[in-house]
Design a binder for this molecule. Structure first.
Ligand code: GLU
Length: 305
């Protein structure tokens, strides 16, 4: 059974980039006769707001982006994530990390667009050092990664390879405030919610090898991946909440109907050959992933207009 997912973080209203990702996830799942799961990624208690959760669900409904199961809330699943941590811990794969934000910043200088690779500072602390530091600071928890290369055959980006040690380093599974990290939660949820198709922005492509590694450790299957281009503003900056003209509120003012919004995004991104108003159901009849891929001039970014 093909199962896709919408996985919004409820830290604001939707914008064109979120709609594009959700539309693609929906088309890929529905075209294969599959289902879509709605999962609310609300682990960041400070930034997630109940009013955004409601607004996002209303916006999906308004746009005709239906889901078949859920919503599931990550904030309800902390025990499940903690159990996986205990399992990894008992196998000696985790270690406490006492680095502050400033330490992390000082020990790695990522180039623009690259993520910081953890230098491994806390990996080899002695038991005594750990105990001493734990008295002054709550540690975060990291997963020690091997110098192994993981490869994903992405439906849009092609083959992507990353050596875990060089490309990401030991990564967080739990923050120092106790919140479980995105990488861990997403892997457990994708597996337990039966997700076989992950469609999301290309900014998460470099997280995929970490997720494949965690899936192997926890005995889960690998879903299929499709990482789609980001919608960018004028200066090659990805769209964000700052870009008011791409917000759902502005899109409703500008286009008036959900079909006109969906049609515009489908035309701009190559989902459809033209930008005539269309409901997701209308696009489904002619959607073809290979044709969409062939129409993409740049698989990494598309200028928002
Ligand atoms: N919650 C993430 C977001 O809204 C998506 C994570 C994922 O698709 O794996 O950007």
């Amino acid at each position: 059974m093909l199962t896709g997912r919408f996985a919004p973080s409820p830290t604001g209203r939707m914008h064109a980039g979120n709609i594009y990702a959700a539309l693609m996830a929906w088309l890929v799942a529905k075209q294969g006769g599959g289902d879509v799961v709605l999962r609310i990624e609300d682990l960041d208690a400070e930034r997630s707001k109940p009013e955004y959760i409601e607004a996002i669900m209303r916006d999906f409904e308004y746009l005709g982006l239906t889901w078949d199961r859920g919503p599931y809330y990550q904030s309800d699943r902390r025990d499940v994530y903690e159990e996986a941590c205990r399992d990894l811990e008992s196998r000696g794969l985790l270690y406490p990390c006492f680095c502050t934000r400033a330490d992390l910043h000082a020990s790695s200088a990522p180039h623009r667009g690259e993520k910081a690779v953890y230098a491994g500072t806390c990996r080899h602390l002695t038991a005594e050092e750990r105990e001493k530091r734990a008295q002054v600071r709550n540690p975060a928890t990291r997963l020690a990664v091997p110098p192994e290369t993981y490869e994903v055959a992405d439906a849009v980006q092609g083959v992507y390879r990353q050596n875990l040690a060089e490309g990401c380093g030991d990564f967080l599974v739990r923050r120092s405030d106790g919140a479980h990290a995105y990488q861990l939660a997403v892997v457990i949820d994708d597996a337990e919610q039966g997700i076989t198709s992950v469609v999301r922005g290309v900014d998460l492509l470099c997280s995929t090898p970490q997720q494949l590694y965690l899936q192997d450790l926890l005995g889960f299957d690998h879903p299929a991946y499709a990482h789609i281009p980001l919608l960018v503003a004028e200066s090659n900056r990805r769209l964000s909440k700052r870009d008011r003209d791409a917000s759902i509120e502005s899109l409703i003012c500008r286009f008036k109907t959900p079909a006109a919004i969906i049609g515009h995004i489908a035309g701009l991104t190559g989902i459809a050959r033209c930008d005539d108003p269309a409901e997701p159901e209308d696009l489904l009849a002619q959607f073809d992933l290979a044709e969409y891929r062939a129409r993409l001039a740049d698989p990494v970014q598309i200028r928002w207009e």
